[in-house]
Each structure stands twice: as structure tokens, then as C-alpha cells.
Ligand binder design. Structure first.
Ligand code: MEV
Length: 320
């Protein structure tokens, strides 16, 4: 499901999207600091639109029925579908939208943004229209505003990208050129997190103690700059240190929980060069940097045995 192409037959159209990981900079990115995110193609979403007379219907793991009766948890995607149809000047009727996802929701892997992007792609394909990157992001951010409250836009952007992204709100995006292969493991703590709540909790802390919290967000920004230097020049040992330092700040912001910390400390104890939560936290996944390919396989196995609900080893390849 990693290719982003969209296909159409006479009355059926398909849109797909991969997921994303935040390497470093989550939460601080909402408040204007940079972040680095990685497209993650081991899991993804497929949306299939077909002509079925009557009201618009959704068919997904969580809900099967008319769009206007969808539960509150799906209001982001419902709004996104309505906005996209309006934008395409298609009447909101005679469609069945089937969403199949291998991205576990609430795990920091960008599930809501991937669903939105695959659905928008399928609706454009259905109406035989091309879209620009700006149109895609603008419509996907309708859904993200429901999911995150005040999204930075990093999830949607990374999901439409093919390489690691340097992202700062309201700035042009940069792509990062790696000077080496980096072997990572993503491990799922098994607990679902709520991005909107986590983002709000940091915003509340910032209101309550602006000086102290701003220093933490600035520190994450500095570490993100250092992590970019590590990816492009300084190498994996330095990157690992930056990931560990960022985790300290995330813990101080209250967005890491016992389940994440347990996996993170275990990964470090088993030789990870660095480990931290990825995404909004308080549930969800960790990302650990392995020493090399063999170590990455061994660490993945150990994390699985230690109790991680799912484990994905993957490599970021050196830029040729
Ligand atoms: C969620 O993947 C990343 C956060 O920084 C929220 C956002 O940037 O919208 C926690």
C-alpha cells in the first residue's frame, strides 16, 4: 500500500496513503518549533469509492452506515468528505466509501491523516479530477482539526511525502538527505492515546507556566536541529543521544506514560542508541534507534517478547 497512485474504473475509484512517524519534535511543532517526520509505508489505508444509489454511506471497521449518522469519533472524516465533495461540486449522494486500514488508530502513526488523504484521493479519482499538493493538504487538515484540535500540519504533510521531512509551521518544507543507513524499531505499547487531549494538555501547561514550558519547547527545537545534523553528518550515536534528550523533555511535559517508559527503558537497556515516544504520546508507540540491521532484528524480537503489542523494524536508507 505504499504507492500513492490512484486508480479508477468506470464506477469505482481507489485512493491510498501510507502512515507517518515523528522522529523528533512532536508537541513543540504545534508551538512553532521544527520537527522531523518520516513517511512510514509498512502500514497504510485504502479507500474505495463506488456508485451506490441513495445517501452517502461509509463502510469501515468502526462504522457501517449513512454518513450523517456516523458516530462522533468519525466527525473529522465526515466533515472532510463533505468538504471534498463540495470542493469537487459533486452532490453528497449515491456513493459508498469503503475504508480499509492497517494503521492502528490512536498509536501516533497518523491514522486520522492517512484515512483523510486516502479518502480525498479516492474522491478526486472518482470525479476524474487531478489535485495539487496544496488542495490535498488543505482538505485533509479539515479532518485533522477535529482529531488534533490545533494540528501543526506535520502529519498530513509527511503522509504525502516520500522522504524524511523537516517541518516548521508556516514555513516551506525541507527534505533531509541521510548520510548513512539508520535502523529503527517502532513498538506499540498497546494503549490508545488521544492526540487532541495530549495537545490540549501541553497548551494548558504553557498557559499555566509560560516561561518554564516555553524553555522545554525551545529545548526540543534545539534537539531537533541537532538531530538533523546527526542524520546529515554526525551519525547514529549522536542521533541516539538527541532522541534520549527529547524523551526527557516529553516526560517533563507529561505526555509519556508508564507503558511507553517501560518500553523505552527496556530498548535502551538492550542496546538501543536512543529511544523515545513517537507522536502525541500517553499511549501509542515508541521509536528506538538500533545499532545496525542485525541488532534491529534482535531488538524487535526482544521488544515483542517483553510485551509490545506490535513491532515494526525498518531502515531509513542513505541518500544516494
Ligand atoms: C502528532 O502526530 C504530532 C503532534 O505534534 C500534534 C501535531 O503536530 O499536530 C503531537
Amino acid at each position: 500500500m505504499s504507492a500513492e497512485k490512484v486508480t479508477t474504473s468506470e464506477q469505482t475509484a481507489i485512493g491510498i496513503a501510507h502512515s507517518k512517524l515523528i522522529l523528533i519534535g512532536e508537541h513543540a511543532v504545534v508551538h512553532g518549533q521544527p520537527a522531523i517526520a518520516i513517511p512510514f509505508s509498512l502500514v497504510g489505508v485504502e479507500s474505495v469509492v463506488e456508485y451506490v444509489p441513495g445517501s452517502v454511506k461509509l463502510d469501515s471497521t468502526f462504522y457501517h452506515g449513512p454518513l450523517d449518522l456516523a458516530p462522533e469519533s468519525l466527525h473529522g472524516i465526515v466533515n472532510c468528505i463533505e468538504e471534498t465533495l463540495k470542493y469537487l461540486q459533486i452532490p453528497c449522494q449515491d456513493l459508498l466509501i469503503r475504508i480499509k486500514s492497517s494503521i492502528p488508530p490512536g498509536k501516533g502513526l497518523g491514522s486520522s491523516a492517512s484515512v483523510a488523504i486516502s479518502v480525498i484521493r479516492s474522491l478526486f479519482a472518482y470525479s476524474d479530477e487531478d489535485y495539487t499538493e496544496e488542495e490535498l493538504l488543505m482538505l485533509a487538515n479539515v479532518a485533522e482539526t477535529f482529531a488534533h484540535g490545533a494540528p501543526s500540519g506535520i502529519d498530513t504533510l509527511t503522509i504525502t511525502s516520500q522522504c524524511p521531512v523537516w517541518y516548521e509551521k508556516n514555513q516551506s518544507t525541507d527534505f533531509i538527505k541521510l548520510n548513512d543507513d539508520f535502523h529503527f524499531i517502532v513498538a506499540d505499547s498497546g494503549r490508545v492515546g488521544d492526540t487532541r487531549l495530549a495537545v490540549e494538555s501541553v497548551a494548558n501547561l504553557l498557559k499555566a507556566a509560560p516561561g518554564k514550558i516555553q524553555r522545554k519547547l525551545d529545548r526540543i527545537g534545539e534537539l531537533t536541529h541537532q538531530a538533523k545534523h546527526a542524520l546529515e553528518k554526525a551519525g547514529k550515536h549522536f542521533l541516539g543521544q538527541m532522541l534520549n534528550e527529547a524523551q526527557k523533555e516529553l516526560e517533563a511535559l507529561g505526555v509519556s506514560d508508564a507503558g511507553l517508559n517501560k518500553l523505552i527503558y527496556f530498548a535502551r537497556q538492550e542496546g538501543a542508541l536512543g529511544a523515545k515516544l513517537t507522536g502525541a504520546g500517553n499511549g501509542g508507540c515508541i521509536i528506538a534507534l538500533a545499532q545496525n540491521e542485525v541488532h534491529s532484528r534482535q531488538l524487535a524480537e526482544k521488544l515483542r517478547k517483553f510485551g509490545a503489542q506490535a513491532v515494526w523494524p525498518f531502515v531509513l536508507k542513505k541518500h544516494e
